[in-house]
Design a protein around this ligand. Sequence first.
Ligand code: NI
Length: 135
Amino acid sequence: MRIDHIGYAVQDLAAAAEKFEALGYRSCGEETEDLGRKVKIRFFSDTSGVMIELVAPLQDDSPIMGWIRKNGNSPYHICYESADLEHEIAELRQKGFILVHPIAPAPAMGGRRVAFLYGTGTGLLELAESPSPSR
Ligand code: NI
């Protein structure tokens, strides 16, 4: 599976953005609020095309706060591209992965559908449908 992006949980999006810009990442989209997940999100890329996603809590009861309290700013999911989300999810569940967030459109990704799964040994992963049918 091709990696789409690496998701980082961060306490303060603007402060973290500065640090990633110091590493050579450049913003590649507007900050977007995802009210369903109570987070705000901004995407960055480097010159080789690696994408990272900074995810920060919108409020204290944001589900991501538990992770940040425990781990601080840190990577928390790898997102893989999938041409067939439903099929991929069914296959991964058969292999023991747990669906922790069912398929839903991601506002920060232009409405692309995503789902989150958890596997012991792999941690949290995200599946995102391919940007266009041709890919
Ligand atoms: Ni993500």
